[in-house]
Design a protein around this ligand. Sequence first.
Ligand SMILES: Cc1ncc(COP(=O)(O)O)c(C=O)c1O
Length: 389
Amino acid sequence: MQYHSGRHFLQIPGPTNVPDRILHAMSYPTIDHRGPDFQALGERVLEGIKPIFGTRNPVIIFPGSGTGAWEAALVNTLDPGDAVLMFETGHFATLWQNMAEKLGFQPELIDGDWRHGADPEAIEKALREDSDHRIKAVAVVHNETSTGVTSRIPAIRKAIDNAGHPALLLVDTISSLGSIRYEHDAWGVDVTVAGSQKGLMLPPGLGFNAVSDKALAAAERSSQPRSYWDWRDMLGPNAKGFFPYTPATNLLYGLREAIDMLNEEGLEHVFARHDRHAEATRRAVRAWGFEVVCANDEEYSSSLTAVLVPESVDPDALRRRILQDFDMSLGAGLSKLAGRVFRIGHLGDFNDLTLMGTLSGVEMGLKRAGIDHTSGGAQAALDYLADQQ
Ligand SMILES: Cc1ncc(COP(=O)(O)O)c(C=O)c1O
């Protein structure tokens, strides 16, 4: 393998660059997960994570990936064969729908064009038509990582209320939590699904469910078979800082550090920083002469930008060249968007200079790969960042 000096730029939209503070925090010896030191750690992270979700209710932390947390959201709140309304925002919404089907639920998918977020009007219409309340949950992806499009969760909550429908609202924030404004309680969300490896700046390995009282009541009633993901088994031990099985102790050390870091910066500042880097990235993309995938300026993602390239351009060859020459990883186009886009992750432990390094790497890659573009995208971003404090 070729040696690269300096630090790798991990600019896929998650996993993100894990800061040294978190790597160091995770390097402490693993402790007895039934002992008093663990209890203090457990209490600290289980309490400290709540404001990151914008909730006062329990947040359940599983050793597992985001996919596991998706499953937990479904199997705790639904009964066998229940209908769940989903919206095709992109690759991840489609995967969640496939999972619902495999688990024996009945997903009803509203088609989307992969350039817009979930449409609140279409959701309201589908719920109004469901007069006998067959649909038990509406499940949407807040930030569709395959397209760089966010869905307007408060508008979707309003759509459910306007329809007078009792469905639960389940939201995937795997690539938005800790990067893009999100309020589990204030937005009336019933289950928020998240993962450790994006805005929380941790390695992969933790999955989260923030839960409303209504979701907890549904979990008490649900007859869906479940074991590992059962919230009920978690909540008792969690109340005392413990877990029902061996937890991912060293990731929890990292989580404690991540919570401290987000609080030291201040969540408002974290969100503003991501918004600003996303705007600078879009300016660069447009200056190069490319289009961003997101077609609605109210739905731009602040954690990643998916860049649509002309049909004559192979974005994967560009990514390979950038990896080889500049040691930077960018995200590939997924499923429908394979070969049509590349994705720039600008989330997590990131600042103006890391953004400029990222965009410079893309621009140098475009030149080296001989891709027709206009120079000056990095300069456009630089001018924007320099003018904005
Ligand atoms: C929006 C979204 N949902 C779900 C997932 C799946 O999460 P994981 O890969 O951690 O299982 C991802 C992963 O990138 C994602 O971005």
